[in-house]
Design a protein around this ligand. Structure first.
Ligand SMILES: [Fe+2]
Length: 457
């Protein structure tokens, strides 16, 4: 293949998300018994699925507005049994509108399903924050929208978090036209929706992620706000609005069941797309939140993504004060942890970062995987080389008993020099080690969003 295959272009008249490896692939393929460089660990038995925007019908108004496409690889007994890519067969892909033009009501079953793919209580969901989840089969077939037996009456975030101790999946949905703008939900470990509660915020804020600690659900209420005029114009309907302010709310998970609202802490103006984790001090008096802080978001247009830096917010529940600390001076994207530490003190985290010397504002510069050791404050990096771009690193423990970084990082890589993609397995404990295994893939995988490892159950 050449560096500019037929399906990629550098035509600057197109938005960035339709150029180069952001451009969609138009074929659905599958391949079996893939060649492997190195050796796939025999304890990696399961599937890695990753979601992303892959517009079927030409340029979209924003990177986030493309139809969801899943790229999956199935590993078993040291073999890469198959790779497959499939559009999520949403109602939107079939041409349905989210909003009824006559009544103005939103159809929650219509969405793009393009942002994340997670599993809870044995069910795989493709997620996009404006609609209900779509259920996906282990073979990447779409089984349809899911509303928890008629109980879920709001959109479903792309970033639910599953409590490491209770197995509950905590999530929320946000809406744009009328209050409640944010609703908090809990599904039990068996997948039953057991709690739904409006969260009082001042307006239609865009809430991409939230966090969970042992006792609190933590809400971000930040100044990227829905604008009806922008929506009518057909553009990205959110804009940076400083007057909205920025605050973070801690909702006690048990007292929420009695209807208690979050305790809000005003923070310096910022936007947070992704949190890394939250946890509590041993005495329970301080709650810590680590996440990627953008000084602003979409200030000069919705294609302008300001870089984000890892920050820690410490909420003192006795004094009601919050302090903010920058943890790293290198920007990052897509922070992940060992999900078995969700809500608990974590020592390690991983994220995508710019290759040394690369422009952190560039959408086409080489990227690496970084590892944070939050105990020592050290950052180490796995350097993929000058032509490579990494996807979100997903941690897979080597076994149920494995320690926090004892396992693997899996992701898709894109090589700008060959316009090709591969699946890679790294040693999560040692960023300096060469990849354990690389699986060259039969087509390029466009830059996308989030993914998960689904171990065989
Ligand atoms: Fe996200």
């Amino acid at each position: 293949m050449t560096a500019l295959d037929d399906d990629t272009t550098t035509d600057a008249r197109l938005p960035f998300h339709m150029r180069g490896n952001y451009a969609p692939v138009m074929e659905e393929i599958e391949a079996f018994d893939l060649p492997v460089t190195g050796s796939l660990p025999t304890d990696l038995n399961g599937r890695y699925f990753r979601n992303g925007a892959n517009p079927m019908h030409g340029p979209t108004m924003h990177w986030f507005a493309g139809d969801g496409m899943l790229h999956g690889i199935r590993l078993r007994d040291g073999k890469a049994e198959w790779y497959r890519n499939r559009w999520v067969r949403t109602k939107a892909l079939a041409g349905a509108d989210r909003m009824d033009a006559l009544t103005g009501t939103m159809d929650l079953t219509v969405g793009l399903a393009n942002t994340h793919v997670v599993r809870h209580a044995g069910t795989i969901f493709a997620l996009e924050e404006g609609s209900l989840p779509n259920v996906i089969s282990p073979e990447l077939d779409t089984l349809g929208p899911y509303d928890f037996g008629g109980k879920l009456a709001t959109p479903f975030t792309a970033h639910p978090h599953t409590c490491a101790e209770t197995g509950e999946m905590h999530f929320f949905g946000y809406e744009l036209i009328s209050a409640p703008f944010v609703t908090y939900h809990v599904a039990d470990a068996a997948g039953n929706l057991i709690h739904s509660q409006p969260i009082e915020v001042a307006g239609p804020t865009m809430v991409h992620d939230f966090a969970l600690s042992r006792n609190y659900a933590i809400f971000l209420d930040m100044p990227v706000v829905f604008d009806l005029d922008l929506a009518i114009q057909g553009g990205m309907p959110f804009q940076w609005r400083e007057s909205y302010g920025a605050r973070i709310g801690l909702l006690h998970r048990d007292r929420a069941r009695q209807g208690e609202q979050p305790r809000w802490f005003d923070v310096d103006l910022c936007y947070v797309f992704h949190i890394m984790n939250a946890w509590e001090s041993a005495d329970g008096n301080t709650v810590y939140l680590d996440g990627g802080r953008h000084a602003s978001m979409w200030k000069g247009g919705a294609d302008k993504f300001e870089p984000c830096y890892m920050h820690r917010w410490a909420f003192d529940l006795t004094t009601g004060k919050v302090t903010e600390e920058q943890l790293d001076d290198v920007s990052h994207a897509f922070p992940r942890i060992d999900d078995r530490r969700t809500g608990l003190l974590n020592r390690y985290g991983w994220a995508v970062g710019p290759r040394h010397g690369a422009d952190p504002n560039s959408q086409t510069a080489p990227t690496n995987v970084m590892k944070y050791d939050l105990q020592t404050g050290q950052r180490t990096t796995h350097d993929f080389g000058p032509t490579m771009m990494s996807g979100e690193p997903v941690f897979v423990p080597a076994s149920d008993a494995a320690g926090e970084d004892e396992g693997y990082l899996v992701t898709y890589l894109y090589d700008t020099s060959s316009n090709s993609s591969s699946f890679v397995v790294l040693d999560a404990a040692d960023m300096n080690a060469a990849p354990i295994a690389t699986v060259p893939l039969p087509q390029r995988i466009p830059h996308g969003f989030h993914g998960s490892w689904f171990a065989d159950e």
